[in-house]
Design a protein around this ligand. Structure first.
Ligand SMILES: Cc1cc2nc3c(=O)[nH]c(=O)nc-3n(C[C@H](O)[C@H](O)[C@H](O)COP(=O)(O)O)c2cc1C
Length: 352
């Protein structure tokens, strides 16, 4: 399967624009997910069938410790097929209070030598009401966890003041919580491609958002998706604010805005065209995970994200201190058997 993807499918797919491949994958995944025989077939090809590696984190059981990271499936169309690809969950979204067209296309640009994607989607999604309706009519798979990532609506018409940003997050959060959809929620405060910028990555502004989230009575875990381009002092102040406001965990982290971190910076767009995923996020994310564990012990659940392109990269995230891991770019560059390979390697480490 691996060779088939690398030798045949990937060269063909990489000839198409990444926006088209993403649309195509979503369509195929959604269609295949609707029928039992197709799910079975995908499961035979890509599903993990080894010893039990399920993990319970914050009271939620994950069939495997790997999630699809936020952004690949903003509208919750892949929930039925992903369990067949060895995922233990996914972070749907980021979803916003209002439907959102996102930024002008292209949304995605591949930088092949740099093993990364320039992401300029700008939070395109159908909005929270459509997501709730979709999830209510979609059957669930046992122990396949649905996290929902919430962001602020990205639109040129958006009010740029802090209060309207707070209201936008709270509105989505309340609606999802009242509808009872999603097993946990992540507040995405670190999208680098939004018209309103990263308003809530300063401790002062985050200190205005979190108490309002806390006013909503919610039994499910709430996590924060962290920026990776801020200095450690600021990162730690954000964590202190999260601690004060009973946030259970952190997703570390989002895209890298520094084109200078690329191995081949000459391949990057000449002007800023969005954040970098994949390899240029790996080191920053691993360092921040380690420092968070060192300073805060087990206070926060940590989801480790960024640049997991091989099973060894995944193990590095766990060694750094992640409880669970998330990925997108590795699946695109290495192929859909990556998750199964990670599960097998993880199972071996659990056996010793
Ligand atoms: C196509 C794409 C869309 C993304 N959209 C979002 C998003 O809506 N919300 C979010 O929190 N992160 C988003 N991200 C960031 C990813 O969730 C992840 O943090 C980042 O890509 C690093 O992981 P990776 O190297 O495994 O891709 C997106 C990434 C990609 C590649």
């Amino acid at each position: 399967m691996d060779t088939l993807y690398r030798r045949l499918l990937k060269p063909l797919l990489f000839k198409l624009s990444p926006d088209r491949v993403h649309d195509l994958f979503t369509l195929i995944g959604e269609t295949a997910g609707r029928t039992g025989p197709m799910r079975w077939l995908f499961g035979r090809a890509y599903g993990y069938r080894g010893r039990d590696i399920s993990k319970t984190v914050d009271g939620i059981r994950y069939r495997t410790p790997i999630l699809l990271s936020a952004g690949f499936d903003p509208d919750g169309r892949l929930t039925r097929i992903l369990p067949a690809l060895s995922f233990g969950g996914e972070e749907i979204g980021s979803v916003t209070a209002f439907p959102c067209e996102g930024n002008p296309r292209p949304h995605l640009t591949r930088l092949i030598r740099n093993k990364c994607i320039v992401v300029y989607k700008g939070l395109r999604n159908d909005g929270v009401d459509a997501l709730i309706a979709k999830l209510r009519r979609t059957p669930r798979t046992k122990d396949f966890v649905l996290g929902i990532s919430i962001a602020r609506t990205n639109s040129e018409d958006a009010w740029c003041d802090i209060e309207s940003g707070v209201r936008d997050y709270v509105e989505s959060f309340k609606k999802l919580n009242e509808a009872g959809v999603g097993d946990y929620y992540t507040l995405n405060i670190s999208c680098p491609n939004a018209f309103t910028g990263e308003t809530f990555i300063t401790p002062e502004n985050l200190g205005r958002l979190l108490p309002r989230i806390r006013e909503v009575s919610c039994e499910k875990p709430v996590y924060l998706k962290m920026p990776i381009n801020v200095p450690w002092e600021q990162f730690a102040q954000l964590l202190d604010m999260a601690d004060k406001n009973a946030i259970q965990g952190v997703v570390i982290g989002n895209l890298n805005k520094e084109y200078g971190d690329l191995t081949y910076p000459e391949d990057a767009p000449h002007e800023y065209r969005g954040g970098l995923s994949g390899l240029p996020t790996a080191k920053l994310s691993n360092e921040l995970i380690k420092k968070t564990r060192e300073k805060y012990g087990t206070r926060f659940t940590i989801m480790g994200v960024g640049g997991i392109l091989t099973a060894e990269d995944a193990m590095e995230k766990f060694s750094a201190g992640a409880d669970l891991i998330q990925l997108i770019t590795g699946m695109i560059f290495t192929g859909p058997s990556l998750m199964n390979r990670i599960c097998q390697t993880y199972a071996k480490t659990q056996a010793t």
